[in-house]
Write a protein that binds this ligand. Structure first.
Ligand code: C2E
Length: 351
């Protein structure tokens, strides 16, 4: 949520804003989940924002606002603030820990300096002194040694606590990072993660003169499916398709949910010919399963996929590569769906 919306929610008109958001949600049959509420408060507070424009477009096209849509919009428009506040919290905790270690080290250094000083004083006054005085100096030195030993023990145990705490913070940060890169519904890489992986793969292919292929896959007639069977079942179909695509997405490949019912696979180091064979396996496997509606056990029939594939041309960046893979996907749709098309004739011959 942007700072402006956050501010509006702490102003006299806050309840009005919340009521407007809820009323709009009810009108458009959007479940009042926390995530949806966050999105819709943002929407009613700033309709001219990119999020507002996207929701307006959906409403105009009469597209249902499913959980999957909510998650996609949140991943696109909301996570930066969430992520940065979590990172800030973690960073704060980390810096507190570091402060405490620094204080402990300073105090140990000061004690050890004082100890050195006491030793120096003692050795200076030793010359020509009587045994009584020497005895008392030895006692002072023994006490100073004990003090330093105790302080070292405290420091050691503080360091052990801090190491454990830093380990926990690192784990938390890693989990936050993973969540920020993952699509909540399907567990695949999200759009942000996909964009980064494709950018990196293009740069690497350019630098090393390597091969790189990209596939985009779209579930056929998904909107009609959602309308017939409901969004919950629609979400399960997304998870099913994702589970099949995900099996082909081991590193260095990336399997991602690219948009609502659209997926993508990045194939670093692989030709379109090799990628095409895998896409066909995915397509046939998805189409071969007759799905059941979990609540009623009714047959849902099979779901089919259309796919488009492009092998990167020398000098080509992510946007141009996506555009060619998308064009191939639309060729599949126009050609009757449940098929894979390749952007390049050579790859198409290999089919
Ligand atoms: P899920 O319901 O969480 O199921 C996870 C995995 O558990 C499935 O992975 C499958 O290996 C196993 N599993 C769950 N229920 C059954 C079952 O009734 N029979 C069998 N043989 N195995 C089962 P899978 O197949 O990759 O599916 C991933 C997700 O796709 C599922 O998550 C579910 O959300 C969705 N899905 C898959 N098949 C269907 C279906 O026929 N109907 C619906 N509504 N959703 C399905």
């Amino acid at each position: 949520m942007s700072a402006d919306v956050e501010t509006s929610l702490r102003a006299p008109q806050a309840y009005e804003l919340a009521r407007t958001a809820l009323a709009a949600m009810e009108t458009h049959k959007v479940w009042p989940t926390a995530l949806n509420f966050e999105l819709w408060v943002h929407y009613v507070a700033a309709k001219d924002s990119p999020l507002g424009a996207e929701i307006d477009q959906m409403l105009e096209a009469n597209e249902p606002f499913t959980d999957a849509v909510g998650e996609t919009l949140a991943a696109k428009f909301l996570p930066k603030q969430k992520l940065s506040s979590e990172i800030l919290d973690t960073g704060d905790a980390l810096s507190k820990e570091l402060d405490s270690v620094t204080r402990a080290i300073v105090s140990a250094r000061e004690s050890s300096e004082a100890y050195d000083q006491e030793l120096a004083n003692a050795s200076e006054s030793l010359a020509g002194e009587d045994t009584g005085k020497i005895k008392s100096m030895v006692e002072t030195l023994t006490q100073a040694t004990q003090r330093v030993r105790q302080e070292n023990q405290t420091l050691e145990s503080q360091l052990a606590d801090t190491t454990a705490e830093v380990g926990r913070l690192r784990e938390h940060l890693e989990q936050t990072r993973r969540e920020a890169m993952t699509d909540g519904l399907t567990g695949l890489a999200n759009r942000k993660s996909f964009d980064e992986a494709l950018e990196h793969a293009c740069q690497q292919a350019e630098a090393e003169g390597g091969t790189l292929s990209l596939a985009v896959l779209d579930i056929d007639h998904f909107k009609a499916f959602n309308d017939t069977w409901g969004h919950q079942t629609g979400d399960q179909v997304l998870r099913y398709v994702a589970s099949v695509i995900g099996r082909f997405g081991d590193a260095p490949r990336t399997a991602a949910r690219y948009g609502g019912e659209e997926f993508a696979l990045i194939f670093p180091g692989e030709t379109a010919r090799a990628a095409l064979a895998m896409l066909e396996d995915i397509r046939l496997e998805v189409a071969s399963r007759v799905l059941k509606r979990r609540s009623t056990n009714e047959d849902l029939g099979a779901v089919t996929l259309s796919a488009g594939l492009a092998e990167r041309h020398a000098g080509e960046g992510p946007a141009a590569l996506i555009e060619r893979a998308d064009a191939a996907l639309y060729a599949s749709k126009r050609g009757g769906r449940n098929r894979t098309s390749a952007a390049d004739p050579i790859a198409a011959e290999a089919a």
